[in-house]
Ligand binder design. Structure first.
Ligand code: ATP
Length: 357
């Protein structure tokens, strides 16, 4: 297996810079998600690792070996795309066997390896079928089997689940995660779906406009976003943001005054900032009726979700979303207070939108 090192990768298409000095280290056996909105450069980065794109500048290393000029076929990477692109005129067996045929592997070895990988993906009973005789989820498994059969050093996946329906996506997601760990294979997984990244990855690299804003464990990027963008991109609903002014040891949020969170007191004093953005997750607050310490507001809306409900509160015109237990009754316009869990508050500089540290 293999460690992948990206050293200051820039990729230009004409005048357009799709990747801007991207550096990233992906450990052996790690599952790394590249997460970002459409057009942020995720696929470009993946194809650069695969060798399909050559970086304009920067180097790529596999286990310390410079592979920047090594063509894709000599990198031993397995690729799985969004549209699975199985060969329609070939049966499943031949589709999976194809990379080994290209290598001119002996027939009996091909048969053994195809069967092994098919069993692993639970498609051994489909080997005689053509792709059009398969469901989407089965086709997807065949595509993964084809990528795995040559025992790649690195498995590269570009939104492999996005053509599946929601239920199937959840199922294949769990399987893929398990398979990656069982095989102990280094995997890089491109997605714009934050839930997918949180659920599957060991670490997530959050990309925006060709720049990696943050790399960290799901917990890191979820609870300790380094940028407002990261907090706002992860979570459903995402992190809430309200503007606040620092007044000595207090934060003034549209007229509601709360203490500066303990974890920020020293930082706020040292930096001497006065205008911040206060971020908190919908699960890290509660809505209480009437007046209390917290953000004073009124109920704008509420949406039951079964086990809990999302309450939207207008805090002097700024809307925040908070989870509340099922069964609690709210009415439109009712005065409430949003009480924040202090240790989970994140403060961002208002101008740079970077978390204070
Ligand atoms: P998506 O989720 O929509 O696939 P992405 O994050 O994977 O988005 P990329 O496909 O990497 O984004 O594209 C990044 C940017 O580079 C986009 O603005 C895209 O238009 C541009 N781009 C990608 N490939 C090319 C190309 N071959 N020629 C010119 N521009 C390109």
């Amino acid at each position: 297996m293999v460690r992948v090192t990206l050293d200051s990768i820039t990729k230009r298409f004409g005048d357009f810079e799709a990747l801007k000095r991207v550096s990233l280290e992906i450990s052996d056996k790690e599952f790394m998600a590249l997460l970002g909105p459409s057009g942020s450069g995720k696929s470009t980065l993946l194809y650069t690792i695969a060798g399909i794109y050559r970086p304009t500048s920067g180097r790529i290393y596999f286990d310390g070996r410079d592979v920047t000029d090594v063509p894709p076929k000599d990198r031993n990477v397995g690729l799985v795309f969004q549209n699975w692109a199985l060969y329609p005129h070939m049966k499943v067996f031949d589709n999976i066997a194809f990379p080994l045929e290209l290598r001119k592997a002996p027939k009996d070895e091909i048969a053994r390896k195809v069967r092994e990988v098919a069993e692993m993906l639970r498609i051994e009973n489909l080997l005689d079928r053509y792709p059009w005789q398969l469901s989407g989820g089965q086709q997807q498994r065949v595509a993964i089997a084809r990528a795995l059969v040559k025992e790649p050093d690195v498995l590269l996946l570009d939104e492999p689940l996005s053509n599946l329906d929601a239920l199937l996506r959840l199922e294949v997601r769990a399987e893929l995660k398990r398979l990656q760990k069982e095989l102990g294979i280094t995997a890089v997984y491109v997605t714009h779906d934050q839930a997918e990244a949180l659920a599957m990855a060991d670490r997530i690299a959050v990309i925006k406009e060709g720049v990696i804003l943050q790399v960290g464990t799901p917990d890191d990027v979820y609870y300790r976003p380094k940028y407002r963008f990261v907090g706002g991109f992860l979570g459903s609903p995402p992190m809430n943001f309200v503007e606040a002014e620092i007044e000595g040891p207090y934060l003034n949020v549209y007229g509601s005054v709360i203490p500066v969170p303990a974890q920020y007191r020293e930082t706020v004093e040292r930096l001497g900032v006065t205008e911040v953005i206060l971020g908190f997750r919908p699960h890290d607050a509660e809505v209480v009726k009437g007046k209390a310490e917290g953000l004073a507001g009124t109920v704008y809306s509420f949406e039951p979700l079964g086990r809990e409900q999302i309450v939207t509160v207008s805090v002097n015109g700024a809307f925040v979303k908070v989870f509340a237990p099922e069964g609690e009754h709210f009415s439109f316009g009712e005065p409430v207070t949003v009480k924040l869990r202090e240790d989970r508050i994140v403060l961002f500089d208002k101008k740079s939108e970077k978390a204070l540290e």
